[in-house]
Design a protein around this ligand. Structure first.
Ligand code: ADP
Length: 544
């Protein structure tokens, strides 16, 4: 758009045969060149500043401009004949006007035809200036134009300004050049528990907290030295000796370059300070709440992943258990069919097949019992049926029962025990199931030619059973989970069938006896289970 304005100015130079045309914006604070076509603009700086003075003091028209000494010097220096000034656009609420200044080269006056042409071009220029520099204020103005007579309102600006003062809840004031109150609004005075007349004539510093007076006077001195708005936070003291934290914004009022007073606004910060303090107090609580939320989130996340893991393990269990059922059932059905379908089968073979059927049947029964026990564990119905029995004898039988399975894999199985009697007051059947589980695991997870050792130590009040093997071992990362429901160590490439419930059951039985079970293992180097049980039930209370 400024290019369009420049083009318009060029058209004007052609119509008027002028060398220089300027578009100037003037308001109470400054003069600025919006567009310039012609000789070196630097040569017009002095002229512009005298134009600004003229604008502030008496207003501008072509005659008064031509009479300016700076204008005369400029025209003689540049051999210009005359200077015309035209009003292009005015924003009265900002007291701002855009002027067009045309310096003519050869003639004193313009022809009528030239004047007509200039009028039309000026209309265009006015719209261009509006669109480029005042489109926002135009909009605001356009709304008010519809409903009220804008000039009637703005002409009455002093009254309106006074009304504005009466409704402002901030302290709005005018000070004389010494810093004493000349004007103050009613609400502002009330903010300090005074009436308007009580404040007039008093010095601003009289209302400032003693410790802050120096700070405020320094800020006011700075304000006197500059045309800029100064902002400072300080504390005022009310008539009732209450402190009011405020932000003061102020600037000087000047006339003929002399400071004649100051005007400013004090904003009450009490509420904001209170909010800030409350916010400060709330901050630790907020941090704590955030901490709890993130804790809860991570707990929920852990809980969800636990449920997902349990779900996965359950699914795995279902597929493993079906496999565990299918294998013995296939042997039972296969061998029974052979016996039934072949009446000529030799007696020894019949006996051998029947033995397989019996063993596989036993395996199935054990599996079913394990599952039933597990469900009992889950609903807390597993109870002990205590009797007094010799643990040494029981373990001997266990070792012998498992020997055939061990020998099948050329695994040696040894039992080491002290001569003393090792009577135990416990549930014999359940402990048999538990030791059998550990022993069959030892055989299952030990390769051919391995060794299994069962040691029974007779301690003072307890017995200790150690079952160790030279098998494939358990990795350290899996050890904490092996007593968990359905947990099976994953061994890629060498999947060994199982359900992941054997050790759960073992641990529950030992726990019910108030005993202790621990495991030590090293991947590739074997596993050792250590079980400690109280000899006598009456001692159990000492363990809680
Ligand atoms: P499973 O029916 O799979 O044997 P368990 O609850 O009896 O289930 O055992 C859980 C897991 O502990 C097994 O999957 C196995 O990997 C591991 N485990 C148990 N005993 C031994 C052992 N003596 N040597 C190596 N791993 C073992």
């Amino acid at each position: 758009m400024p290019e369009l304005i420049e083009d318009t100015l060029r058209i004007l130079t052609r119509i008027t045969n002028s060398r220089t045309i300027m578009l100037l914006k003037l308001n109470d604070l400054e003069i600025s060149v919006l567009s310039f076509v012609g000789d070196d603009p630097g040569k017009y700086v002095g002229f512009n500043s005298s134009l600004f003075d003229l604008y502030q003091n008496s207003g501008i028209d072509s005659v008064s401009v031509e009479n300016l000494p700076e204008c005369k010097t400029l025209m003689s220096e540049l051999q210009l004949q005359s200077c015309f000034i035209k009003n292009v656009y005015t924003i009265s609420e900002q007291n701002e006007t855009v002027y067009l200044i045309i310096f003519l080269d050869g003639v004193n006056n313009l022809l009528d035809t030239e004047n007509d042409a200039i009028k039309s071009v000026l209309k265009v220029l006015g719209n261009q200036v509006k669109a480029e520099y005042y489109h926002d204020s135009e909009k605001i103005f356009a709304v008010s134009e519809k409903s009220i007579d804008a000039s009637a309102v703005t002409d009455n600006w002093e009254d309106n300004f006074n009304r504005l003062l009466t409704i402002s809840s901030d302290l709005v004031f005018i000070l004389d050049k010494d810093g004493c109150f000349l004007r103050v609004n009613n609400f502002g005075a009330m903010m300090l528990d005074y009436s308007e007349p009580e404040m007039i004539g008093k010095h601003f510093l009289d209302f400032v907290e003693p410790e802050k007076k120096i700070e405020v006077s320094i800020a006011f001195s700075k304000m006197l030295l500059s045309e800029r708005v100064i902002k400072i936070k300080t504390t005022l003291i009310t008539k009732l000796n209450k402190k009011v934290p405020v932000e003061v914004a102020g600037r000087t009022i000047t006339k003929d370059e002399n400071v004649i007073g100051m005007l400013g606004i004090c904003k009450d910060f009490t509420k904001q300070n209170k909010f800030e303090e409350e916010l400060k107090k709330l901050k630790p609580k907020l941090i704590e709440a955030h901490r709890l939320i993130s804790l809860e989130r991570s707990r929920k996340w852990q809980y969800n992943s636990l449920i997902e893991e349990l779900d996965r393990l359950k699914n795995e269990f279902v597929s493993n258990i079906s496999h565990e059922f299918r294998t013995p059932l296939a042997s039972i059905i296969g061998f029974s069919e052979t016996i039934v379908s072949d009446p000529d089968l030799p007696e020894e073979m019949k006996a051998e097949f029947s033995l397989v059927i019996l063993n596989e049947g036993k395996r199935l029964t054990k599996l079913i019992n394990d599952i039933l026990d597990l469900s009992k564990i889950q609903i807390g119905k597993l109870t002990l049926n205590r009797t007094t029995f010799d643990l040494k004898k029981m373990l001997k039988e266990q070792v012998e029962d498992n020997r055939p399975a061990a020998e099948k894999k050329q695994i040696t199985i040894e039992f080491e025990y002290s001569k003393e009697e090792t009577f135990l007051d416990a549930d014999k059947e359940k402990l048999e199931q538990a030791f059998d589980s550990i022993l069959s695991n030892a055989i299952k997870f030990t390769n051919e030619d391995g060794r299994i050792k069962v040691i029974l130590n007779n301690l003072l009040e307890e017995v200790e059973v150690i079952i160790s093997d030279t098998g494939i071992g358990i990795a350290e990362k899996d050890l904490p989970y092996i007593f968990q429901k359905f947990y099976r160590v994953s061994r890629p490439g060498t999947e060994i069938p199982g359900t992941g419930i054997g050790l759960v059951f073992v641990k529950q039985i030992i726990d019910l006896h108030k005993g202790l079970i621990s495991v030590q293992s090293e991947l590739g180097n074997g596993t050792t289970f250590i079980i400690r049980l109280l000899k006598n039930i009456s001692i159990k209370n000492s363990r809680g």
